[in-house]
Design a protein around this ligand. Structure first.
Ligand code: ZN
Length: 332
C-alpha cells in the first residue's frame, strides 16, 4: 500500500493544514474493500481519515448489522442494558445532575436510553439506522426515538438538560459542527456527555493500524483526552469531568488476533462471523457446559486471557491510558 507521509488536508478539529501519516489500513472488522489513510494533525494531535480518497459514500461503509441491535432474547436485552459502561456513564452524569431530560445522539438500539429511563430520566434519541429505531421502539418500548442524522435538518428540537454522544463523535465528518448543534438544543447550562475511543490508549499505541477501535473506514476522527477537551472549550463548554476507562478485554484480544491473522497465524474472522466471535469471547465464562476437551481448553485459554487483560486494563485506567475517553462538560 502506498504511504503518503505528509498531508496538507485541513484538520477537522483545529483547521491546520499540516499532518503526518498515522496509518494506512484496511477494514479488519467488517471487510469493506479498499485501503484507508489516517493522518495525525501536528498541531492538535487529532487522528483523522482522508475521506476524499474513500471512493464510496459514508453510508456504504456500514454493514447492515453494524451496531448493537442483534440481541434476540429478553435475557440478552438485559445484559446489554445493565452494563458496567452504562453504570459508569450514569454515575458520572448524576454526580452533577440527579435527573432531567437526556437526548442521545446516535442512540443505536436504545440500550443506554432504556437504562437511563429506569433511573428516572426523561429520554429521547435519534439514530440514522431505521432498524435500530424500530428495535428501540418495538423491543425496548422507547417512544421518543426517531430516525435521522446529526446535526438535524429541522430546527425545532425540544430543549433538553443533557445531550450525549456515546461512540458517535468519531463517526461524524464535522465534529465541531456536531458539538455546536448539541449546544443549540440544550437548556442554558446544559450538559454534554461524550464517550469515544482513546487514540492515546495502550491498545491504540501497541496495535495502531490493527487497533480494533480504529474501525476503519467508519471511524473518521480519533481523539485524545487533551484534544477532546480542546474541542469542547473551543465550543464554549466548561470541562466538569474527564477520565479514561476500559469496559472490556476486546481491544487487546481482537487487535492481537488481527495481527496474528496478518502473519497467517490465525484465521481472520469474516464479517458474518464477527459478532458471533466477539460475543463468544466476551461471554465465554457463561458457557460452562462445554464437554468437548478442545473446546474446554479453548475456554480456559480465553478465561486466562481475560484475567490477564483485565489486569492490564486496570493498570492503564489508573494511568489515564484506558480504552475509552469519557468526558462531561457544561455549556457556558
Ligand atoms: Zn488539528
Amino acid at each position: 500500500m502506498k504511504l503518503k507521509l505528509i498531508s496538507n488536508l485541513a484538520c477537522p478539529l483545529c483547521g491546520k493544514a499540516d499532518s503526518r501519516s498515522f496509518a494506512v489500513t484496511k477494514d479488519y472488522n467488517w471487510g469493506i474493500s479498499g485501503s484507508f489513510n489516517y493522518f495525525r494533525c501536528t498541531d492538535c494531535g487529532l487522528v483523522f481519515q482522508n475521506t476524499k480518497c474513500l471512493g464510496k459514500k459514508i453510508s456504504q461503509l456500514y454493514p447492515k448489522f453494524y451496531g448493537t441491535h442483534s440481541a434476540d432474547s429478553t435475557e440478552d436485552f438485559e445484559s446489554k442494558i445493565n452494563t458496567r459502561a452504562n453504570s459508569i456513564r450514569a454515575e458520572t452524569l448524576e454526580n452533577f445532575l440527579a435527573s432531567g431530560a437526556i437526548f442521545d445522539v446516535g442512540c443505536g438500539s436504545g440500550f443506554f436510553l432504556k437504562f437511563m429511563r429506569r433511573r428516572g430520566w426523561d429520554v429521547s434519541g435519534l439514530d440514522p439506522a431505521q432498524e435500530h429505531v424500530t428495535f428501540a421502539t418495538d423491543k425496548l418500548g422507547l417512544d421518543n426515538v426517531s430516525t435521522g442524522g446529526w446535526p438535524p435538518t429541522y430546527s425545532k428540537m425540544k430543549k433538553v438538560d443533557v445531550v450525549s454522544f456515546l461512540h458517535v463523535i468519531e463517526h461524524l465528518t464535522h465534529p465541531t459542527m456536531a458539538i455546536a448543534a448539541a449546544k443549540n438544543m440544550m437548556v442554558p447550562g446544559g450538559l454534554l456527555l461524550i464517550e469515544t475511543p482513546n487514540i492515546k490508549s495502550w491498545p491504540a499505541r501497541i496495535f495502531r493500524s490493527r487497533w480494533v477501535a480504529l474501525d476503519a473506514p467508519r471511524h473518521l476522527n480519533l481523539f485524545s483526552p487533551d484534544n477532546l477537551q480542546y474541542a469542547l472549550k473551543k465550543a464554549d463548554f466548561e470541562i466538569l469531568y474527564v477520565t479514561t476507562y476500559s469496559p472490556s478485554t476486546m481491544e487487546y484480544s481482537e487487535s492481537f488476533r488481527y495481527a496474528l491473522a496478518d502473519l497467517n497465524l490465525y484465521r481472520r474472522f469474516d464479517s458474518n462471523q464477527h459478532i458471533d466471535n466477539m460475543s463468544s469471547i466476551e461471554g465465554s465464562e457463561k458457557n460452562s457446559q462445554v464437554s468437548n476437551p478442545i473446546q474446554r481448553l479453548k475456554q480456559m485459554g480465553l478465561h486466562c486471557e481475560r484475567l490477564f487483560i483485565n489486569y492490564i486494563n486496570g493498570l492503564a485506567d489508573w494511568m489515564g491510558s484506558g480504552c475509552n475517553i469519557l468526558i462531561l462538560a457544561r455549556a457556558v
